[in-house]
Design a protein around this ligand. Structure first.
Ligand code: NAD
Length: 484
C-alpha cells in the first residue's frame, strides 16, 4: 500500500503559547512529522508567539530540544530537523497588552491560509481574539484553534462561545478534542458507514450494551491543583467520552461533511436521559505504601474531587431505547487502555444445546495504546468430542494490517492541525455541541456538590472502586478487562 500525502495550501500558523508544554510536547513535534511526510509546502511558516523574550535562534533551539525529546529516534533526521526549524520564527507578545502586536502583523501574511492556535489559558481567548481582529491581523477566512477545557460549566462555555463569536463566525472556530483525531475514532465511522456488515445490527434489537473505557495508569501528580477543580467528569466524560459515545450512537449523516456529522452528534447528546444518582459511581485513588493518594497529589487533604467515574447512560431514541451505554474512566488504574466495546446479544436459540460460559459477539475498537479492532466470534473448539463452542478474536492491529503505512499513522494533533489548514471542521466540536454536553453534565455535578457527595476510595493499580463492579453486576453484566 502506498502512503498518500495530500498536499495542503501554503499557510501561516501562529501558535500563541508556542513555548508552553502542549506546544513543545505535541504541536511542534507533530508539525515536524508532517514536514517529514512532505505535507508542509515550501512557503508554509510557523510563527510562535508567547510571553518570554527570545530570538528566533533561541526558539529554534528550544524546539530542536523538544523534537529530540518527543519525536521517536527513528524519525530524527538532523538535516530535516534543521530544514524544519528554518520555517519557525518567534514573536514575544503580551496577550493582554500592546507589546508585540505590530511585529506579529508584519510577520503574518494575508494571502495564504491563516490559522491562529490558542494554546494558552482560556482567560486569554478573549484578549487574543480582540487584538487579532482590531489590529487587522486576522483575515476574513482565518481559522482559530482553541484547546480544552472549553468552559468549566454551561455558563462559562456559553461565555467563551460568545467571546469568540464577537470577532469570528462558527465556521472559523476549531475546538480541539484530540480524541477525535485518533485514527481508530475515524475508523469507527468508516466501519459503521462503509460496510454493510455492521450497521443493520447497530441498534437495540441486536446490541446488548456498549462499554466505553478510558483507563490511565498515571495519577494527577504535577497538575493536581488544576485537576482538583475539574475532576474526571469535567476533564474526561463531558468531552472525550461524550464525543466517543456520539460517534457510536449517532444516525448515519447524509454526507461526510462537518455540519451533517455534527448535527447527528448533537442529536445524541440531546437524547440522553438525565443520569440518576445510583447510575454513577465516583472514585478517588488512595495512598498505597509510598505511592501518594489523590489527596496528596492534589495537595488538598479534604478533596471530594473524583479521579474515577463509571456511569450508565440511556440514549432515548428509536435506535437505542433499552440498550445501556456504560462509560468508565479513571486515573491510576491497572493498565493504560482505551476501548469502545459493542457487546451483541446472544443468538435467540442455541441449536447446540446449553453451552457453558458462552459469551456473545463483541466488536472492540481499541484507541490506545495500540489502535486496532477485534471482533469476537464463536467457532467450534477444534478436535473430536462433540460440538463445543469457543470464542476467538478476529484481530486487526492497524499497524500490522496496513504494513508500512500502519507505522506511519499520524498522531491526533498532526491530523487535526492539517484539518485546520484544509478548513475541514468535521473532527472539531461545534459550539452548540459543547453547550449541549455541559447542559447534560451540569446538573449531575451540581447534585454532587449540593449533596456533598463523597467519592468511593480505590487502590491504585486496580480497576477502580468495587461499587463500579456492582453497577454492572446489578444489570447482570460485567466490565471488560482493562488490559493493554
Ligand atoms: P503552559 O503553561 O505550559 O504554557 C502557557 C503558554 O502561554 C506559554 O507559552 C506562555 O508564554 C503563554 N502565555 C501565558 N500568558 C501569556 C500572555 N499574557 N501573553 C502571551 N502569552 C502568554 O500551558 P500548556 O500546558 O501548554 O497549555 C496551553 C493550553 O492548552 C491550556 O489551555 C491547556 O488547558 C491546554 N491543554 C494542555 C494540554 C497539555 O498536555 N499541556 C493538554 C490539553 C489541553
Amino acid at each position: 500500500m502506498v502512503s498518500r500525502v495530500i498536499p495542503v495550501d501554503p499557510f501561516d500558523l501562529v501558535i500563541f503559547g508556542g513555548t508552553g508544554d502542549l506546544a513543545r510536547r505535541k504541536i511542534l513535534p507533530g508539525l515536524y512529522r508532517r514536514f517529514l511526510a512532505g505535507q508542509m509546502p515550501e512557503d508554509a511558516r510557523v510563527i510562535a508567539a508567547a510571553r518570554s523574550e527570545m530570538s528566533d535562534a533561541e526558539y529554534r533551539a528550544m524546539i530542536r530540544e523538544a523534537i529530540g525529546e518527543f519525536v521517536s529516534k527513528a524519525r530524527q533526521d538532523k538535516k530535516a530537523i534543521e530544514a524544519f526549524l528554518k520555517r519557525l520564527s518567534y514573536v514575544a507578545i503580551d496577550a493582554t497588552g500592546e507589546d508585540g502586536w505590530d511585529r506579529l502583523k508584519q510577520a503574518t501574511r494575508r494571502d495564504v491560509v491563516q490559522a491562529f492556535y490558542f494554546s494558552v489559558a482560556p482567560a486569554l481567548f478573549g484578549p487574543l481574539a480582540e487584538r487579532l481582529h482590531n489590529r487587522g491581523i486576522a483575515c476574513e477566512t482565518c481559522r482559530i484553534v482553541v484547546e480544552k477545557p472549553f468552559g468549566h460549566d454551561l455558563a462559562s462555555a456559553k461565555a467563551l462561545n460568545a467571546t469568540l463569536a464577537e470577532h469570528f463566525h462558527e465556521g472559523q472556530i476549531y475546538r480541539i478534542d484530540h480524541y477525535l483525531g485518533k485514527e481508530t475514532v475515524q475508523n469507527l465511522m468508516a466501519v459503521r458507514f462503509g460496510n454493510m456488515l455492521f450497521e443493520p445490527l447497530w441498534n437495540a434489537q441486536y446490541v446488548d450494551h456498549i462499554q466505553i473505557t478510558v483507563a490511565e495508569t498515571v495519577g494527577v501528580g504535577g497538575r493536581g491543583a488544576y485537576y482538583d477543580k475539574s475532576g474526571a467528569m469535567r476533564d474526561m466524560v463531558q468531552n472525550h467520552l461524550m464525543q466517543l459515545l456520539c460517534l457510536i450512537a449517532m444516525e448515519p449523516p447524509a454526507h461526510f461533511d462537518p455540519d451533517a456529522v455534527r448535527d447527528e452528534k448533537l442529536k445524541v447528546i440531546r437524547a440522553l436521559d438525565p443520569v440518576l444518582p445510583d447510575e454513577i459511581v465516583r472514585g478517588q485513588y488512595q495512598a498505597r505504601g509510598k505511592d501518594p493518594g489523590y489527596r496528596e497529589d492534589a495537595e488538598n487533604p479534604a478533596s471530594l474531587t473524583e479521579s474515577f467515574i463509571a456511569l450508565r447512560l440511556h440514549v432515548s431514541n428509536w435506535r437505542w431505547k433499552g440498550t445501556p451505554f456504560y462509560l468508565r474512566t479513571g486515573k491510576k488504574l491497572k493498565a493504560r487502555a482505551s476501548e469502545i466495546a459493542v457487546v451483541f446479544k446472544d443468538p435467540p436459540h442455541s441449536i447446540f444445546g446449553p453451552q457453558e460460559n458462552r459469551r456473545g459477539n463483541v466488536l472492540a475498537i481499541k484507541l490506545q495504546p495500540n489502535e486496532g479492532m477485534t471482533l469476537r466470534v464463536t467457532i467450534k473448539e477444534p478436535g473430536p468430542g462433540g460440538m463445543r463452542l469457543v470464542e476467538v478474536p478476529l484481530d486487526m492491529s492497524f499497524a500490522e494490517a496496513l504494513g508500512e503505512n500502519g507505522a506511519d499513522i499520524p498522531d491526533a494533533y498532526e491530523r487535526l492541525i492539517m484539518d485546520v489548514i484544509r478548513g475541514n471542521q468535521t473532527l472539531f466540536m461545534r459550539g452548540d455541541e459543547v453547550e449541549a454536553a455541559w447542559a447534560w453534565a451540569d446538573p449531575v455535578i451540581r447534585g454532587w456538590e449540593e449533596r456533598g457527595d463523597r467519592p468511593c476510595p480505590y487502590d491504585a493499580g486496580t480497576t477502580g472502586p468495587e461499587e463500579a463492579q456492582i453497577l454492572m453486576h446489578r444489570d447482570a453484566r460485567r466490565w471488560r478487562e482493562i488490559r493493554e
